[in-house]
Design a protein around this ligand. Structure first.
Ligand code: FEO
Length: 394
């Protein structure tokens, strides 16, 4: 990969990771990702904005070499997670005079996780500036994009906002700027769902904090840059709002066909009632897709058989995930089946206590559904439709 010019004295020097398929050993990356690092060269000083994942350090070094970078004075660390900071020790070894410029929380994490000694840091405060000579970098603290340390930086002369994970997307593409908005919307929403959704209130504050800046380019740390920033900023405003859609996320698993039949029947009835359904068979589902569906849906229904007196592990995982991601979902319910007893409903309910959602009467049956069970599913579908009406989703 070659360095790419953004403005005079501002270049992209990161790495595109086309092959990566798993992040943090947790999050699937169906479309790869990129680690965006930027070199800003002022009249007097040069700053590197973040590094790259340590597995791709060679790309960063090659790009810096291509630009003839002899001296780096500052490495600005927006966030200590290693996809951005992991090549910092190697950069500091090559440029021993360089100072790591960051906020106190990020410094603390870099000291504890990368063992960078305290004397290497230049600690800055919110809204402080770093003058490179004709290039002025202003720091904007934005904790809890998903870690407590994140900050943005704003390059005043060029109206570029470097946003780290915020507004980014896990998407490997040769487009420097967003050109396929629907593809980027999908990747950015998925990324928001996976790591930022639990911090919606913080994200709202960050949007507020940048609203008066003139921004010509948003330069995130993953995925393409935005030269029409309104596209992604408006999308974020929608995702962090309290407005839910007339949608049900139905996440189920079935061992012998009973729950499958219930899920299919409920789906059909909801569709007839004008409620959109996103149905996920948990044995096949990509958890990123499921997380993304949770961003807007008014209702989540979990479906599980009874296994060893409790819930199926796949349903446990889905419930745990929904609880951890804390979507704005307003209603939850449960469908399920048992053979001879057990406490599956209690097991699932005990896992979703962090959701600020009303629990609609579940439908839990013995064996394969019979007429009275279909009638109960009809009632659940009607409860869901009424609930959606009550919150203005219909
Ligand atoms: Fe892309 Fe939170 O690191």
């Amino acid at each position: 990969m070659a360095a790419r010019k953004i403005k005079n004295g501002v270049d992209w020097v990161g790495a595109i990771d086309w092959d990566r398929r798993l992040f943090d050993e947790l999050i699937p990356l169906p479309d790869g990702t990129s680690y965006n690092a930027y070199l800003v060269r002022g009249r007097d000083r040069t700053a590197l904005l973040d590094t790259v994942d340590p597995t791709r350090a060679a790309d960063l070094f090659e790009n810096l070499k291509e630009l003839g970078t002899e001296k780096i004075d500052y490495v600005i660390a927006h966030h200590a997670e290693q996809d951005h900071s992991g090549s910092l020790p190697a950069i500091l070894a090559l440029h021993p005079q360089a100072k790591v410029v960051t906020n106190p929380k990020c410094q603390e994490i870099l000291e504890t996780h990368l063992l960078i000694p305290p004397e290497k840091f230049l600690t800055i405060g919110d809204r402080e500036i770093l003058d490179l000579g004709g290039k002025t970098v202003e720091f904007i603290f934005a904790p809890w994009v998903h870690w407590p340390d994140t900050m943005f930086s704003y390059l005043r002369e060029d109206n570029i906002l470097f946003t780290c994970d915020f507004l980014g997307s896990h998407l490997a593409t040769s487009d420097l700027y967003v050109r396929d908005e629907s593809a980027v919307y999908h990747s950015a929403k998925r990324y928001f769902a996976e790591i930022m959704m639990p911090f919606r209130a913080n994200i709202r504050n960050h949007l507020e904090k940048i609203k008066d800046l003139r921004i010509d380019v948003v330069a995130p740390s993953h995925g393409p840059l935005y030269d029409r920033p309104a596209f992604i900023i408006e999308a974020y405003k929608d995702w962090v709002s309290d407005q839910v859609r007339n949608e049900v996320v139905l996440a189920f698993v079935s061992m012998h066909g009973s729950v499958r039949r219930m899920a299919d029947y409920l789906t059909d009835v909801l569709i007839k009632k004008g409620v959109k359904v996103r149905s996920y068979n948990l044995t096949r589902t990509d958890v990123g897709e499921l997380a993304m569906a949770l961003v807007d849906a008014a209702t989540v229904v979990i479906g599980s058989p009874t296994v060893l007196a409790g819930a199926h592990p796949a349903a446990v995982y889905a419930a745990y995930l929904a609880n951890a991601l804390r979507p704005k979902t307003k209603f939850v319910s449960l469908i399920g089946s048992y053979g001879w007893g057990g406490k599956m409903p209690e097991a699932i309910r005990g896992l979703i206590t962090s959701l600020d959602a009303k629990f609609l009467d579940p439908v839990v049956i013995r064996g394969y559904p019979r007429p009275q069970d279909y009638a109960a599913l009809d009632r659940l579908a009607e409860d869901i439709r009424s609930a959606h009406l009550s919150v203005g989703a219909i």
